[in-house]
Design a protein around this ligand. Structure first.
Ligand code: ZN
Length: 333
């Protein structure tokens, strides 16, 4: 029946008479559209750009703002949505500049304000779960599952200093992993983390499990909108779009360094956090990297590097809660 077909095609974001539709936002072939869609698990509408090329090609999702205070990622995705024109595109590009507008407007660090869960631990989501799980399900079903590749832009959160790095999941599917590694290399951020730990519920691991390409790219920090880091994320997206054949042009050569270790340190207890190393600093195994003190300045817990590594992010909030991340060290070994 026609109604059924249209319903199914719409639900899949499918092609109807050449149109690409996500709820009420429609881009015919060779057109670009932007507007808001309504997602379960959100109290605010979700802004989207649909850029629908004339010729066939891959479908790519570019998104920022899974974590609402990672402003550089939001700006970079927004600029891609504004600059990319359908005449340039072979295939389709869906841009989600603010993937969690509730977190963005609440200025919520790490978590979705409706359920206090980290959205980037909920994929592929659950339509009957809490707000983050419902939103993750919507994003996975309506956006990522129709994509060949996901470029998920992040950065240091409001209270995190960070040197840019990217992450891809090592899934065990050799062909997929080789391509994901190559996509991370092409993105061009110096440090590339091959994540074998497979952070459960992160976008890149959920995509890898579905047999699809994904890279998480991190640049920017501490609630500061940096045009320099935004540009680095945008440059990475443009280069990957060339590599995928979505836009024309030579892929620019890049130089990256592969890191196999990505060790997070977390707070054993609440208190005042005094890191003793700087962002990007190389540390030796056993070196003191920070201390949590009580409210009278007495040391409660001193942290030492478990292995050699480079400080990729450091939490810069003096106030620290039990189980909060403190910093992460990346290493080639
Ligand atoms: Zn993030």
């Amino acid at each position: 029946m026609d109604d059924d077909w249209e319903h199914i095609a719409k639900r899949k974001g499918g092609v109807i008479m050449g149109d690409w539709t996500l709820q009420s936002v429609t881009a015919a072939r060779g057109q670009k559209a932007h507007g808001h869609v309504y997602a379960p698990g959100l109290s605010s509408p979700l802004p989207v750009f649909l850029i629908h090329g004339v010729e066939d090609g891959p479908t790519v999702v570019v998104q920022g703002g899974i974590h609402g205070c990672e402003y550089t990622s939001v700006d970079a995705a927004l600029q891609i949505g504004r600059k990319l024109q359908p005449e340039q595109v072979k295939g389709r590009v869906l841009v989600l500049p603010i993937a969690n507008p509730d977190s963005f407007y609440a200025r919520s660090i790490y978590v979705h304000p409706l359920d206090n869960k980290n959205l980037n631990r909920q994929f592929p989501g659950d339509a009957t779960g809490t707000a983050s799980q419902q939103l993750a399900r919507f994003l996975f079903e309506e956006a990522y599952s129709q994509a060949d590749a996901l470029l998920d832009l992040h950065g240091g959160d409001m209270i995190e200093a960070l040197v840019p790095f990217s992450i891809y999941t090592v899934s065990g599917n050799e062909e997929l992993d080789t391509k994901a590694r190559e996509m991370a290399d092409v993105f061009g951020i110096k440090y590339v983390i091959a994540d074998t730990g497979q952070v459960m519920g992160a976008t890149d691991s959920a995509m890898a499990q579905a047999g699809k390409l994904a890279v998480i790219a991190e640049a920017g920090q501490q609630g500061i909108l940096s045009s320099e880091w935004s540009q680095q994320l945008q440059d990475g997206v443009w280069n990957v779009l060339r590599w995928l054949g979505v836009i024309e042009g030579d892929v620019k050569p890049t130089e990256t360094q592969l890191l196999h270790e990505f060790d997070w340190y977390r707070a054993e207890e609440a208190g005042l956090w005094y890191p003793s190393i700087g962002i990007g600093e190389k540390v030796k195994a056993g070196q003191e990297i920070g201390c949590i003190c009580d409210e009278f300045g007495e040391p409660l817990h001193r942290y030492h590097a478990k292995a050699d590594g480079t400080a990729l992010f450091i939490v810069t909030s003096l106030a620290i809660n039990r189980n909060d991340p403190l910093l992460a060290l990346g290493d080639a070994e």
